[in-house]
Write a protein that binds this ligand. Structure first.
Ligand SMILES: [Zn+2]
Length: 233
């Protein structure tokens, strides 16, 4: 899949960011909303033209406009912004003195250094925290199940909150650190259960339920707030 170009295209009177991608696997032109970027992605098979992509967009203009309007507002990492950490709002607070980088204390995310580095430092700080917490939680649940992950990675995945590779590597989206504890607990329990069962069968769910009691609550929370997490930072 190759990114071709991103353009601003009028959609019902407002400009929408439209990213064109070329895919060897696609057999027809497709259109989707990218919640994280707040735009549209048009996937073109190798021989399809950009013009054909735009024509598909025009056909679905009303739908696209409605979906874009319904996206949660973006929360950029700027001074004063409230960023949820474990679902508790933490205010981004620049400071001129103190340790380098960013750290979390008393409901605030303190950041030193130039304004241009602020968003990067806040992101790094949250990723670090996510790695610590999700790794510890994974170790705890793996021990309960008598399992051992190969390693735990924290990434900026856009389509999955967690994954388990056949070699036993677990990966989580760092943005989970902004979700409530019970959501983190469930996602980790789910992926740890995949270390034994690489499917979603009966035995998999029985083990998941032994590792975490939060399946339905976490599923519901991610269903209604998951998109918003992708719009933060
Ligand atoms: Zn799964």
């Amino acid at each position: 899949m190759n990114a071709l170009v991103t353009e601003l295209v009028p959609v019902q009177g407002a400009l929408a960011s439209v990213a064109f991608r070329r895919s060897a696997r696609a057999s027809k032109i497709s259109l989707r909303i990218d919640a994280a970027q707040g735009g549209v992605v048009i996937t073109l098979p190798m021989r399809a033209s950009r013009r054909a992509g735009l024509s598909l967009l025009q056909t679905h203009e009303a739908w696209v406009a409605e979906k874009l309007a319904a996206l949660p507002g973006a929360v950029p990492f700027i001074p004063g912004a409230a960023v949820p950490v474990g679902d508790v709002p933490h205010i981004i607070t620049p400071v001129t003195i103190g340790r380098g980088g960013a750290w979390i204390e008393d409901g605030r995310i303190y950041v030193t250094g130039g304004r241009e580095f602020l968003a990067r430092r806040v992101t790094d700080c949250l990723k670090r925290l996510a790695r610590q917490r999700l790794t510890a939680l994974t170790a705890e649940k793996a021990r309960l199940a008598g399992l051992a992950p190969k390693c735990v990675r924290v990434k900026d995945t856009r389509t999955r909150w967690g994954s388990c590779a056949p070699d036993g590597t677990l990966a989580f989206c760092w943005r989970l650190i902004m979700a409530p504890d019970f959501v983190q607990d469930y996602v980790v329990g789910h992926e740890v259960a995949h270390l034994r069962h690489m499917n979603h069968g009966r035995h998999f769910w029985a083990l998941t339920e032994m590792l975490t009691p939060h399946r339905s609550a976490a599923g519901a929370w991610l269903g209604s707030h998951g998109q918003a997490l992708l719009r933060i930072g």
